[in-house]
Ligand binder design. Structure first.
Ligand SMILES: CC(C)(COP(=O)(O)OP(=O)(O)OC[C@H]1O[C@@H](n2cnc3c(N)ncnc32)[C@H](O)[C@@H]1OP(=O)(O)O)[C@@H](O)C(=O)NCCC(=O)NCCS
Length: 193
């Protein structure tokens, strides 16, 4: 099945689109940064890793959400700011016939931190979940020490639902996980913001 979504998504300042080969250097510049990856479930990425992940993103996008209902379906879009990729957002539809629970994630370059760009991209990702993808719940999982990400969840209007203690083995130590989520009925659509 081909992707039925109306991509790219456009926000006030960003174009959220599928990745292209020419994006590798931009992606590497922040996904290869140990500080950026500090609270992410993967180590800093090298070129080969970025290239193979990009191929996986495109393959999943091309397969579409209905290809394999027994597996999660991930969609990763890069955030293009005036021709440069400055971050990426991920939507993961959970397995199951209803496909109405999503997880979202975000990784942005520190070169654009503090301008609200990640929030802008994340809002568009949640809009996508509650709009075309028809979700009823959108959640984010994070290391509770990741306070910048927790503030982003707050800006999205998510509720801090849970704090799971020592449920993730992270490079030699158990770490906690925070779960933040918003329900369809709580989501403030762009026109009501
Ligand atoms: C998490 C992450 C995306 C947050 O980045 P960020 O720069 O804080 O987020 P935004 O781009 O939305 O910017 C928000 C900040 O800009 C400020 N800001 C300025 N203009 C703004 C605007 N127009 N709209 C919203 N916020 C604005 C906000 O006040 C906020 O600052 P504060 O948190 O100090 O109050 C970033 O730290 C990151 O990529 N980290 C590494 C990867 C990671 O950990 N990902 C999450 C895994 S769960």
């Amino acid at each position: 099945m081909t992707l039925a979504l109306d991509l790219p998504l456009r926000t006030e300042r960003l174009v959220l689109r599928l990745a292209r080969d020419a994006d590798v250097d931009d992606l590497l510049s922040y996904r290869g940064d140990p500080e950026v990856c500090r609270y992410l479930p993967f180590p800093p990425q090298g070129r080969d890793d970025v290239v193979s992940r990009m191929a996986q993103w495109l393959e999943a996008a091309a397969a579409g959400p209905d290809a394999d209902l027994d597996s999660d379906w991930p969609l990763t879009l890069v955030a293009d700011l005036d021709g440069r990729v400055v971050g990426d957002v991920m939507v993961r539809l959970k397995a199951g016939p209803a496909r109405s629970i999503a997880e979202v994630g975000w990784v942005f370059s520190p070169t654009v931190a503090g301008r609200g760009l990640a929030t802008e991209a994340a809002r568009a990702a949640v809009d996508l979940c509650f709009g075309p993808l028809g979700c009823h719940r959108v959640a984010a999982q994070l290391d509770p020490r990741n306070t910048a990400s927790a503030r982003l969840c707050d800006r999205l209007g998510m509720t801090h639902e849970a704090h799971l203690r020592q449920d993730w083995w992270d490079d030699g130590a158990w770490t906690d996980t925070a779960i933040h989520a918003v329900l369809r009925a709580e989501w403030v659509t762009p026109s009501r913001r």
